[in-house]
Design a protein. Structure first.
Length: 249
């Protein structure tokens, strides 16, 4: 196995995606919802609150929650959100239909997120990533929000850097996200064992590309989503096909 060639091709593809011009990120495939989430100028809190909601349900559903709040409230400004009580948030989260699998917990996290953005960042969530901070600082700030763990915090920083072109002073702390596609691709490429743990995958990516481990995240995810499927892999169409040891078999 030519590990160096595999690593370099993943990094090359990751770099091309990182250097591509900024486009509207389709988080939900609902135009109005995506417009809100992409509005880092006037509604940066929508992105942060969506990150908080992204757990234990499909990502597209979780990322729709700020937009659904906006529809119910008629507005999604911080002024409007600050006026909500925890009871208000719980009612918006649960009626007439539940917006999340765990409405009670997520309502508390959503409400807590509003309070932290208000008290720690003066109501401007973009202060989390403004002024070219170190990647570790941005991830730490996301980790301070109730409901956000290391995976989501690193994912948020990666999206800011790759999709929104937010500059950081370094990218050392942005890790790969060990979802099912990335784990399968790393295993089939021979970069890890097929049953590698999350920690093994994260540290493997750090060793392969220490200056920006998360740069390999989207290429691996795209390969898994488009070609390297669990049962019917389309190795001939995959741009890693000529290097992949599993494809050669």
């Amino acid at each position: 196995m030519d590990e160096l060639a595999i690593k370099n091709r993943l990094i090359e593809q990751g770099r091309s995606l990182y250097d591509a011009p900024r486009e509207v990120n389709k988080f939900t495939k609902i135009e109005e919802a995506d417009r809100l989430l992409n509005d880092l100028d006037d509604h940066p809190h929508a992105f942060v609150l969506a990150c908080i909601m992204d757990r234990q349900i499909k990502a597209e559903r979780a990322w729709q929650i700020p937009y659904k709040f906006q529809k119910k409230l008629g507005d999604f400004s911080m002024e409007t959100l600050r006026s909500l009580s925890l009871r208000d948030v719980l009612e918006l989260m649960s009626k007439p239909e539940p917006l999340h699998r765990f409405t009670d917990h997520m309502a508390k996290f959503f409400y807590s997120g509003i309070k932290r953005i208000t008290t720690d960042y003066g109501g401007d969530a973009s202060a989390i990533w403004s002024n070219t901070p170190p990647s570790a600082t941005v991830i730490y700030r996301f980790l301070e929000f109730d409901g956000i763990g290391a995976k989501i915090a690193s994912m948020a920083a990666n999206i800011l850097a790759r999709e929104f072109k937010v500059p950081f002073s370094d990218y050392f702390s942005i890790d790969i996200s060990a979802d099912t596609h990335v784990r399968r691709v790393f295993g089939r490429l021979g970069l890890t064992e097929q049953d590698a743990t999350v920690d093994q995958l994260v540290y493997r990516a750090r060793g392969l590309h220490p200056e920006f481990p998360g740069l390999m995240d989207l290429p691996a995810w795209e390969i898994g989503r488009n070609w390297c499927r669990p049962k019917k892999a389309d190795c001939h169409s995959c741009y890693m096909g000529d290097l992949c040891p599993s494809g050669k078999k």
